[in-house]
Structures are given as C-alpha cells and as structure tokens.
Design a protein around this ligand. Structure first.
Ligand SMILES: *[C@@H]1O[C@H](CO)[C@@H](O)[C@H](O)[C@H]1NC(C)=O
Ligand SMILES: *[C@@H]1O[C@H](CO)[C@@H](O)[C@H](O)[C@H]1NC(C)=O
Ligand SMILES: *[C@@H]1O[C@H](CO)[C@@H](O)[C@H](O)[C@H]1NC(C)=O
Length: 539
C-alpha cells in the first residue's frame, strides 16, 4: 500500500506507535582510553544511537580531556571520565613507545609482544581506576549495554561488577575491534579460525598461501592464541584481585560466556571471504561517508591543481610528528613528492626548518574522509590503518601503502592483492623508489579502476555500517545474544577438531584391516596345509 494514501491521522498514529517501540536505552561506549582509531570508530555508532533517542555515554581517561571538551561531542554524548592517578601507567607514553616501535628497524613480533605485555599492565591499572570509582559505578547501575573495544577487556569486568554489586544482570556486552579479522575476534564470536585460508594478523599473507606460508600461518595462529590465553590469565588474576573471581566460570571462557555481540571493522567487499557465526557483524567503513565541504583555503589549493589533481599523504596520528623524530625520512618523501605534477596535502605536526616545495601543503590535522571524497583526489599515500583503508575504498581512491607494524601489514596485503595500489617497504625506502611508485599508480588507470569497482561493492549494502551496528546493538538489548551463541564454545579442543572421532574411526578401520589380514593369512595357510596334505597323500 502506498503510505501517502493513508489518512493523516492514521499516519500520525503509526508514527507514535513506531516511536514507542524504541525504548530509550543507557549505553556505555569505551573506545580504548580515548585515543586514535579505536575511539574514532565508535563515534559514528554513537551518533546513530543518539539520533534514535538513546542515552550514550563515552568512557575516557582524563589524559584525553580534549575529547570531552569538544563542543560537538559534548552536545551529543554524556562523558564519563576516570582519573589516571598513577604516572607509571601513562597511556600517552605508551603510544609514544608504539610509535618508536613502528619506526624501528626490528618492529617484529617479539618487540610487539614485549610492548603488548607492558600494555597488559596498563589495561589492568586503568580498569582498577574505573572499578574503584564508586560514584561512577553507581551511575552505571542503570546501563543496558556496554560497547567496548576488544583491546580493553575491562568492559567485561564492568558487566560482571554490575551483576554482582548492583543487581543489574540485564546489561549486554558488545565488543568492537578496529583491526582486520584476527583470531581473538573469531574465537570470541565462535567463528572458525582456519589457518589454511585465514591469514593470521600481522602475517601480511593473503588467503592464498604456499605450503611454507601455511605452516608459518598455523604456528602464528596458535602462537597468538597462546598469547591471548596468557593475557586472559593475567587479566583474570586481576579480576580475582578486585573480588570478581567467583563470577568467572572458568578462565578460558571468561569472555565468550558473557559476550552478546561482536562488531568488527571489515567488509567482504575487500576482506578475504571466510565463514562467520551469526553474532559477528561486519561493520567495516564506519568512518567513511559522503564528504563534507572543505575550508575555503584548502579548497582553493585543491582547485589550483587543475587536471592533475591532488595526492593525500599522511602517516597517521602516531607518526604525524616525524619532522622531529625522523627528519631524513621526511626529506625523502618531500623530495619525491616535489617531482610529481600533482599538488600534495600532507599531515605534519611540526614544520621542518626548510621551505616546502610549492606543490606541497602541510597541515597538522587532515579532514581525511573529506579529502578522499574530493573529486580531484587521485592517490592516497599512507601507513595502512584500517579506517583510512575503508575511507579510500569507499571513495574509490588508489593507495600507496607504507606499513609499519601490526595489522598495517595485513591492510597492505589486501590493497596489493585487490590491485588497488602498491606497497613501500620501510627498510628499503629511497627517493627514486617512492617517485617510481607514485608515477606508476598515478599513471596506470588499472589501480583507479580496481578501487572504483571495490567502492561500488562496499556501497551496495542496505544500511550504512554505523546504522547496521546501531541496529544490532538495539537488537541484543531487546533479545540478548544468547540465541546466537556458537556451539563451538561448549566443545573442548579435541571435540571441536573431531580428534576423538577421527581416532575412533581410524581404530575401527585399523581393527577391520587387522581382522581381514588375519583371516586372509588363516585362509592362505589353510590352503597351503591342504595342498601340502594332498601332496603328502599323493606321495
Ligand atoms: C545517561 O546515562 C548515564 C550513565 O552513564 C546516567 O548517569 C544518566 O543519568 C543518563 N541520563 C539519562 C537522561 O537517563
Ligand atoms: C534485583 O532485581 C530483581 C528484579 O530484577 C528484584 O526482584 C530483586 O528484588 C532485586 N534485588 C535487590 C537486592 O535489589
Ligand atoms: C595462488 O597463488 C599461486 C602462486 O602465486 C597461483 O599460481 C594460483 O593461481 C593462486 N590461486 C588462486 C586461487 O588465486
């Protein structure tokens, strides 16, 4: 029936009825401590929830007061700020450590794990700051859902704390992760994580692996699981310390038992296909969307590029101050970029002492999505963060990627294997190499066509990722996530991998073959004896 043909009074009645269906909920969102991509990913989901009438609170550390002081955010959200009172657990210092690791020549798995171990301490400590804030925990009593970054498992403890001390057992727990698919996300959601085709995080593999790569991939997958077990063990020791020990059924499934939903930043438009459980929802591209107008000065600079267009260059928030930390690296990029006909907009926190070439404009912060959505943007050169990747795919812009560590290597594998760009290696950088890659991607239409094709797939979805995430959060607030819980969680390693069944079938088969062998041997020897017997008689 055409809606417009309904009498006005009936339409108003329908509207009121539909509105009443939505019960305003109290939702707490934790995007890590307030820093970087983990936080930015949550804002679009929060905006969508607020627009549907919900009360959304953002939990941040007092080290990131600039978030709570942002007038646009304050209008929408309620801020819950905990105090980081111990300078030894300074999270800003930790992110600086991470930056150093990214630039170091051996930013490998071992140093990554070392940093992660010190990170575990930070997580436990920040969790203590929150749980010990009695007034804040009192305000959380009325919560309906906690949406928390997977890197901050304390969200799970807040849920357990509310259940034990505040008689609130209805609060739902939703995990988010801004990285490419990883074994933690697959395991928590109960999805199969098969190393035969599922590249481990930080492996830089695609789903098409050689024998050696599959071997390494299998070892990495189990290595990461072991690391997670250790992290979860140290975290449950902490949970016992704050009086929540009896709430943890067992250490192993501490997180899986209380999880209602997992929202992960991927989309099969660019992600290698894999089977997933119903409680794992892909919401890749949260920060991507139609561009806003740029400031006039920036717009004028872009328009002055003519038909050549512009290149957008950033190495992310962590590396934006590399003018001071790695001046020779910056010089290399500037020399290469000076040689191309395009204009360049780059992110730099501190300007170098020398003058920039006339075709380069540097800014301390870039409106990245708006720049990538500009019709004159021809190329995006960056470090391989997941948010930036989906923004470039959304706008169909080809990429040159310079990954430093972590899942940036995996993003690079997706970019190159999908044919939408080229990769630079941080250890073999030179002006010529950078210039060669620039002219190759800018000069060959294939990269841009591949990006446009992926863009069309990513956009061809019934809901944008923020609304999809908001829909699913409201869905589990109403119905819980228990009905989607994967049966894999209830199986042991032996049961899940069918090792007992294969062992049983193999032993039955072995027994059968053994019997056949015995019978045949018996028959043969009987025949022989008979033959010998008849021979004897004839003798
Ligand atoms: C919103 O949620 C917070 C919990 O963090 C609560 O303190 C506040 O009273 C709620 N606001 C409304 C209007 O319900
Ligand atoms: C806890 O909540 C339930 C209903 O949700 C209620 O029946 C019970 O009285 C509450 N207990 C306390 C101690 O508040
Ligand atoms: C996988 O890679 C190999 C070697 O690079 C190639 O020959 C093969 O066609 C690829 N398989 C698929 C399914 O892409």
């Amino acid at each position: 029936m055409d809606q417009r043909s309904l009498p006005t009074i009936l339409r108003i009645f329908l509207l009121v009825w539909v509105c009443q269906e939505v019960q305003p909920a109290n939702i707490l969102m934790v995007g890590f401590v307030g820093k970087g991509s983990h936080f930015l990913c949550l804002l679009p989901i929060g905006r969508s929830l607020v627009s549907q009438g919900h009360n959304v609170s953002l939990l941040t550390s007092d080290e990131y007061m600039e978030r709570a002081n942002d007038p646009e955010l304050r209008k929408l959200f309620n801020f819950e700020i905990y105090k980081n009172t111990d300078p030894r657990y300074n999270t800003k210092k930790y992110f600086h450590l991470l930056e150093e690791l990214g630039f170091s020549e051996n930013g490998d798995l071992i140093s990554f794990f070392k940093t992660m171990t010190s990170f575990n301490e930070i997580i436990s400590k920040t969790c203590q700051f929150v749980l010990e804030d009695k007034e804040m925990m009192k305000r959380f009593e009325k919560l309906d859902a906690i949406v928390t970054d997977m890197g901050w498992p304390c969200g799970g403890l807040i849920k357990l704390h509310l259940k034990k001390y505040s008689n609130n057992s209805r609060v739902r727990l939703i995990w988010t992760t801004p990285t490419t698919p990883n074994v933690a996300m697959l395991d928590i959601s109960g999805s199969p994580a098969n190393p035969a085709y599922q590249p481990a995080i930080m492996s830089s593999y695609t789903s098409n692996m050689t024998f050696i790569e599959r071997t390494i991939n299998t070892l990495s997958t189990y290595g990461l699981r072991l690391f997670m077990k250790m992290a979860s063990y140290s975290f449950s020791t902490f949970a016992e310390g704050v009086g929540l020990g009896d709430e943890l059924a067992t250490i192993d499934n501490m997180l899986t038992d209380i999880t209602d939903l997992v929202l992960a930043s991927f989309d099969f438009a660019v992600e290698f296909p894999f089977p997933k459980s119903p409680g794992l929802i892909p919401v890749g591209g949260l920060t991507a969307g139609p561009p806003n107008d740029l400031p006039q000065e920036l717009e004028d600079f872009i328009q002055s590029s003519g038909d050549d267009g512009i290149v957008v260059f950033t190495l992310g928030t962590y590396f934006a101050n590399f003018a001071t930390s790695r001046p020779h690296l910056l010089k290399m990029f500037i020399d290469a970029l000076a040689k191309i006909p395009q204009k360049v907009i780059m992110q730099l926190k501190v300007m170098p002492e020398y003058d920039l070439p006339p075709n380069i404009k540097a800014l301390p912060w870039l409106p990245q999505n708006d720049l990538l959505g500009h019709p004159k943007t021809r190329l995006f050169m960056y470090h391989g963060g997941n948010n930036g990747f989906y923004e470039a795919v959304y706008h169909g812009v080809p990429i040159i990627v310079l990954p430093f560590f972590g899942d940036q290597l995996d993003t690079a594998a997706r970019i190159t294997s999908r044919g939408m760009g080229l990769q630079l290696d941080k250890l073999t950088l030179s002006v010529d190499l950078i210039h060669h890659h620039l002219t190759e991607v800018l000069g060959d239409e294939r990269y841009s066509l591949a990006a446009k094709r992926l863009s069309a797939i990513l956009r061809d979805r019934p809901m944008n990722p923020a609304d999809r995430a908001a829909f699913w959060i409201q869905h589990v607030i109403k119905h819980g996530g228990e009905y989607m819980r994967s049966p894999a969680h209830d199986l042991s390693f032996i049961q899940y991998n069918l090792i007992d069944v294969y062992a049983f079938i193999a032993s039955v088969l072995a027994l059968f073959l053994f019997l056949v062998y015995k019978i045949m041997r018996c028959c043969v020897s009987c025949c022989m004896r008979k033959k010998v017997g008849t021979k004897d008689k004839s003798d």
